[in-house]
Design a protein around this ligand. Structure first.
Ligand code: M6R
Length: 608
């Protein structure tokens, strides 16, 4: 959502804050701002649009001061203008905020009645006024924050800087992540360890409900009941990851190209390759044999990973699987079976709806396993079992390598459960494991098809709508392909189960409609061929992603064929995701779109 950083430094901090914000820009990028204390007085610089606009502003009007806070925004309340950009300030304090203050309207009414004047459309501004009001009533900064936090409802993280207080920052966490970093005579606060990685790898994560008082040589943590508490320090791995694009133009391109490596790394974590079997790197606090059912919940691309995995859990482990998008699941009041397993899937581990679904399932007595990329995330901390994806930081807003790593983990879990439940034997397990082991090489082969995907960019960029079709596990991949295209190119795209074509969407087909068909050579290939004939007969322009031999034997009149390497079909989505991602990427680049930071989106969605 938004990115927060604060630094109590030993020299000027504005440049360091900008450096940290660059690493947080993936969370939101519609405006940015900084506040520091210059000669003890609060001073702000803010700018609409990306961080580089703030950098230009700072070059024109530099900001001194050895203590400061910064923010990069994804707008929830109020347009992304400079006026609505954080930090929001009064004569007493400046505050940056990630999340939503749900009761801001009633607080605003109360503060208006008390004579406060509001100048923005944001929910955050009530926090500035509320704490200011308490300070005008005679409270010091710490007491004022402590008095006001219980009045705020919603999921949020906050960082405060106070006028005249050169050795003080206060942070608070309720539902949205916040970390403290320890330096040499300096202290830091930030939305995640990644932001603080250039300064320190010594980190403490606030627990939910915590607030913290920072000086240059101390961090005093308080829990929600205001007790002083100890919170453990840990070494962050974030600094091990270089956040750069390498030789690529965009993070998305880099992340697509990294997939053979990170999928290989993830699989190696879950497989005993020499024995040809799944070796889960954690103990399960339940018997896979005794499971009654699986429920999967997630959002966006992570949800599509879950949809694909449903086929695997059902086919291999013979477990009934329920799956729903987390924003629906959390409110559905779904009855959940005794001995059920809840699997939540999330790259960031902070997605608000997914977290709420997890909590609901826990309340219903489910075992909860999460598949996450960020191991320090809230979802990881609240789950009974953490199944990590080893994708490394994913910076591009469009999820690519996290998706294929999620699929890799879910495939290993499905095989592991199947073996434990006796629904597959050792030789079938070995066969499936050898298919998994072949995936990195097949993905590298798939990446070699990049020129063919690039050639489609001009054609697709002229389309108003694009239809994606697939059957079996290729159906959720069709949904994912359509999501990739729409989120970065802004071309309207829909994914459909190929068998549903004749139940409605076929009415859309004409000579202007590109239809991307994902059809690995699997048991339903022939049926997909029939659907392609139906498209062809109506003039639709088919782009077929299929094994070359099968594509030609199918005698399809295709506008273009992306010929994929031969492979067993079980885990085809992990390989076929590559051309789907590359098609979206090249189309968006051809159209001049900002593929890493598409409009209106943010990498981590910590609000509803
Ligand atoms: O961090 P999460 O995996 O929980 O995020 C879920 C979705 O917000 C995310 O997959 C989103 O759909 C991506 N922009 C897709 O590319």
């Amino acid at each position: 959502m938004c990115g927060i950083v604060g630094i109590l430094g030993t020299g000027p901090v504005a440049a360091q804050i900008v450096e940290a914000l660059k690493r947080l820009e993936y969370r939101g990028y519609d405006s940015a701002g900084i506040a520091t204390l210059e000669a003890g007085r609060l001073t702000r610089r803010r700018a609409e649009g990306k961080l580089r606009n703030l950098e230009i502003r700072l070059a024109e009007q530099p900001l001194g001061g050895a203590v400061g806070i910064g923010h990069t925004r994804w707008a929830t309340h109020g347009k992304p203008t400079e006026n609505n950009a954080h930090p929001h300030a009064s004569d007493k304090l400046a505050v940056v905020h990630n999340g939503i203050i749900e009761n801001f309207r009633e607080l605003r009414e109360e503060l208006l009645a008390a004579g406060h004047q509001f100048v923005t459309q944001t929910d955050t501004e009530v926090v500035a006024h509320l704490v200011t009001h308490a300070m005008r009533g005679g409270l010091g900064p710490r007491e004022a924050v402590a008095a006001c936090l219980p009045r705020l409802r919603g999921a949020f993280a906050l960082a405060f800087l106070f006028d005249g207080e050169d050795n003080l920052l206060i942070g608070a966490r309720q539902g949205a992540p916040l970390a403290v970093g320890y330096g040499d005579g300096e202290m830091y606060i930030g939305s995640d360890a990644l932001a603080l990685a250039p300064f320190t790898d010594s980190i403490t994560y606030l627990e939910d409900g915590d607030w913290v008082v920072l000086t240059r040589d101390s961090a005093q943590f308080h829990d929600a009941a205001n007790n002083i508490v100890q919170r453990a320090r840990q070494r962050s791995q974030a600094s091990a990851f270089l956040i750069d694009k390498g030789n690529h133009r965009h993070f998305m391109a880099k992340e697509i190209h990294e997939q053979p490596e990170v999928v290989g790394r993830t699989l190696a974590h879950y497989l005993d390759m020499s024995q040809g079997r799944v070796a889960l790197p954690f103990a399960l606090p339940f018997e896979a044999r005794a499971l009654a059912s699986i429920t999967i919940s997630a959002c966006g691309t992570a949800y599509y990973a879950g949809l694909i995995a449903k086929y695997w859990f059902e086919r291999f482990a013979r477990l009934p699987v329920e799956i729903d998008v987390a924003s629906e699941f959390r409110y559905r009041e779904a009855p959940m079976r005794k001995d059920g397993l809840m699997i939540v899937v999330s790259q960031s581990g902070e997605t608000a709806d997914t977290l709420a679904g997890l909590r609901y399932a826990k309340d219903q007595g489910q075992h909860v396993l999460c598949v996450v990329n960020v191991l320090t995330s809230t979802i990881a901390r609240e789950s009974h079992v953490v199944a990590p994806t080893l994708a490394g930081p994913e910076i591009g807003v469009a999820s690519t390598k996290a998706f294929t790593c999620q699929l890799s983990v879910l495939a290993c879990l499905a095989i592991g459960f199947a073996r434990a439940r006796g629904t597959i034997d050792a030789s079938r397990e070995a066969e499936l494991v050898s298919q998994l082991m072949a995936l990195p090489g097949l993905m590298a082969e798939a990446i070699k098809r990049e020129p063919a995907t690039e050639q489609l960019a001009q054609f697709l960029s002229k389309a108003r709508d694009v239809l994606y079709l697939g059957r079996g596990t290729s159906f959720p991949l069709a949904l994912e392909g359509a999501l990739k295209l729409k989120e970065i190119s802004y071309i309207h795209a829909e994914g459909y189960a190929a068998g549903e074509l004749k139940h409605g969407p076929i009415a859309l087909i004409d000579e202007d409609m590109p239809v991307i068909v994902i059809a690995p050579f699997d048991p339903v290939f022939e049926k997909t061929v029939s659907n392609m004939q139906e498209v062809s007969a109506r003039g639709g322009k088919i782009i077929l992603i299929a094994n070359e031999k099968a594509a030609h034997e199918g005698a399809i009149d295709a506008h273009a064929i992306i010929a994929m390497p031969d492979m067993a079909p079980d885990f085809a989505p992990i390989v076929y995701a590559v051309p789907a991602q590359l098609i979206a990427y090249h189309t968006a680049v051809h159209m001049g779109k900002d593929v890493d930071q598409p409009r209106n989106l943010a990498k981590s969605v910590t609000v509803e």
